[in-house]
Ligand binder design. Structure first.
Ligand code: URP
Ligand code: ZN
Ligand code: ZN
Ligand code: ZN
Length: 467
């Protein structure tokens, strides 16, 4: 049975255009976009009309960095695929790309099967997978090719966390060489984990155990050094590189210098680095633990470089690195030893709103908002133009956004399965009104009307950002 809807009277914003237009949806896809006062749009009288007057009509958000149910630091991230994707929908995100974990000694296949088992039938919105490679062996390198065929086209490596996810430079180089042959994209957690672990042990031995020391030992220069090294290794291998969760202005400078040489080097930052700082890590009574993530929050002075890089395209993407742990019972594990605080922040529900606030505050334009939150992540990770834009043929993942609504962020009202908000009390202008996923209404006037299992696995193509 064919279903037709038309979203009428809104300001349609994509990464390239802003136009007062109506959006026709047929069988879960965008069928046409036409100026609201055109005869074409007026002719769509048989379709169910959705009023968007006074609102923005934007592509659903693409969050290319989440960790639902991730095993980490002796516990599991507190959002399941069910709760986390529902919260994402509330926040105007209609696709996530989550990280499968390969554990040491296991195959990539085994990790991927486990993650399909966790997500299948649970998700409110569509999802894809990246692969965390913790054990780069000869057979694992061959497996990369097979995963690419199944739509897992990006692979995260860690220069941090020795003994857990860490790969040495030789393993990194070999993975990059494989990616240069098979078209995969290497994603890098760029921090010098060997040096950091020395500083961690020294801090603890000296009795510096509070959460704020997490930020001090994970020095900005050790992010910049690792970023530089990753870029040089990628050059030697002839592979493109995507650096995740960039927070230090010195790391941004490394990316910018590489891009000035026309190297295929890309980077993302996250809302926590744009809106929070070491002041939060220093909050008393162990409250700083709520803000422990890696790379760490930086002094506020770093933020100007991140905003500038987002404007100049030295950073291309804003993802959340959503990896929530409850304050009670999980962050608690690190009382008296900051190195035992599980690393990660909640945020999958807040990203689109925080970046809209950046529009209101004058950091970025409306189109740049859609570029860094929807279109660029879709292109970077082989989802474009199915996701990330509003064009004929694209999935009808559409958000009707009220740019004038006021809200106050709070754990009392958010939908993520975590007992605190990193943005508690923050006032924001703008709010998600309606969300469609492949033409199906998931959020209706702020109420969840979707269901677990609507969201489907999306096999991804190779990155088309490189072109
Ligand atoms: O602190 C963080 N970022 N936790 C999630 C794992 C990672 O390194 O992305
Ligand atoms: Zn990481
Ligand atoms: Zn992460
Ligand atoms: Zn459904």
């Amino acid at each position: 049975m064919s279903s037709r809807k038309v979203i009428r009277g809104g300001l349609v914003i994509t990464a390239s255009d802003e136009v007062h237009a109506d959006v026709l949806i047929e069988d879960g896809r965008i069928a046409a976009v036409a100026a609201s006062d055109s005869s074409a749009a007026r002719a769509w009288t048989d379709a169910e009309a959705v009023d968007a007057t006074g609102k923005y009509v934007i592509p659903g958000g693409v969050d290319a960095h989440t960790h639902m149910e991730m095993p980490f630091g002796g516990t599991f991230a507190s959002d399941t695929f069910e709760t986390g994707t529902r919260a994402a929908a509330w926040g105007g995100t209609t696709t996530i790309v989550d990280f499968v974990v390969q554990t040491v000694g296991e195959s990539l296949r085994s990790g991927l099967d486990t993650w399909h088992g966790k997500a299948d039938g649970q998700c409110a919105i569509d999802y894809g997978f990246h692969m965390i490679m913790a054990d780069v062996t000869e057979s694992v390198l061959k497996e990369m090719d097979v995963l690419i065929e199944e739509g897992v086209t990006s692979f995260k490596l860690f220069m941090a966390y020795p003994g857990v996810f860490y790969s040495d430079d030789g393993r990194i180089l070999r993975a990059m060489q494989r990616a240069s042959g098979n078209g995969g994209l290497i994603m890098m957690h760029a921090e010098n984990g060997i040096a950091i672990d020395v500083l961690v042990q020294q801090a603890l031995a000296e009795g510096r155990t509070d959460p704020r020391y997490h930020g001090e030992v994970r020095h900005a220069l050790l992010e910049a050094e690792a970023t530089h090294r990753a870029i040089q290794l990628a050059r030697v291998a002839g592979a493109p590189l995507y650096v995740v969760h960039v927070s230090a202005e010195q790391a941004v400078a490394e990316l910018a210098a590489a891009r000035d040489k026309d190297l295929p080097v890309f980077g993302e930052t996250c809302p926590q680095y744009l809106f929070l700082s070491t002041d939060n890590l220093a909050e008393p009574d162990f409250e700083g633990a709520k803000y422990v993530c890696s790379t760490p929050l930086r002094p506020r002075e770093h933020q100007a470089a991140l905003w500038q890089a987002l404007r100049t395209n030295d950073l291309q993407v804003v993802s959340t690195d959503h990896c929530p742990f409850c304050f009670a019972g999980q962050k608690d594990m690190g009382r008296g030893d900051f190195s035992k605080i599980p690393n990660g922040l909640p945020g999958v529900e807040n990203r689109m709103d925080l970046l809209h606030q950046a529009v209101v505050d004058g950091h970025i334009s409306r189109r740049r908002w859609i570029e860094i939150a929807c279109a660029a992540p879709a292109r970077m990770f082989g989802l474009y133009p199915r996701k990330g834009t509003l064009a004929p043929g694209a999935d009808a993942d559409v958000v009707i956004y009220d740019p004038h609504a006021e809200q106050v962020v709070s754990a009392q009202t958010h939908h993520m399965n975590v007992d605190y908000s990193a943005y508690e009390g923050k006032r924001l202008t703008g709010r998600v009104h309606t969300v469609l996923s492949r033409g199906v209404t998931v959020i209706d006037d702020g109420a969840y009307v979707g269901h677990a299992g609507h969201g489907q696995y999306v096999p991804r193509g190779l990155s088309s950002y490189l072109a």
